[in-house]
Design a binder for this molecule. Structure first.
Ligand code: ZN
Length: 165
């Protein structure tokens, strides 16, 4: 495993659509391992492949308090959403910044695991937000396009939230 360089906002790779993964090759497995290591190292709760410069439809997410429940989503698609949540959101590709974004409070998505078996995941609150945020990356979108008001510096937040996606 190895840490990968996280691409930052303004890098063209973050504005491009990603391609579906047809087969889980050893290189894809290595990419997943590296993305998890990179995400945990950066204290993030999610990371999408384009954030490490790879234009493939792959995201990793872990919103568990201990950081021991990785969710690996290959070719993910949102099936249903419900409700609404409004709160601060950050991104590892825009370090030190946050902004207020409204997202669904519930998301149901399908994806493939490393054995290319399809599975369903349902999430509320932070998990729902993380799924929406990461899947946006796969279509070349970043949360800054949805921010209500100004981006703020994390140190200016009254209730600091270290989670970045
Ligand atoms: Zn992000």
């Amino acid at each position: 495993m190895a840490l990968r360089t996280i691409r930052e906002y303004g890098d063209d790779v973050l504005a491009r659509p990603c391609k579906e993964i047809k087969e889980v090759t050893p290189r894809i497995r290595e990419l997943v391992d590296d993305m998890l290591e990179t995400m945990y190292d950066a204290n993030g709760v999610g990371l999408a492949a384009p954030q490490v410069g790879i234009l493939k439809r792959l995201v990793v997410i872990d919103v568990s308090p201990e950081g021991d429940q990785p969710l690996i989503m290959i070719n993910p698609v949102i099936l249903e959403t419900d409700g609404e949540q409004t709160g601060y959101e950050g991104c590892l590709s825009l370090p030190g910044k946050s902004g207020i974004v409204t997202r669904p409070n519930y998301v149901k998505a399908k994806a493939y695991d490393l054995d290319m078996n399809e599975y369903i995941v349902e999430g509320e609150e932070l998990l729902a937000r993380a799924i929406c945020h990461e899947l946006d990356h796969l279509d070349g979108h970043m949360y800054v396009e949805k921010v209500e008001g100004e981006l703020v510096n994390n140190e200016d937040l009254t209730a600091p939230d270290d989670d970045e996606e």
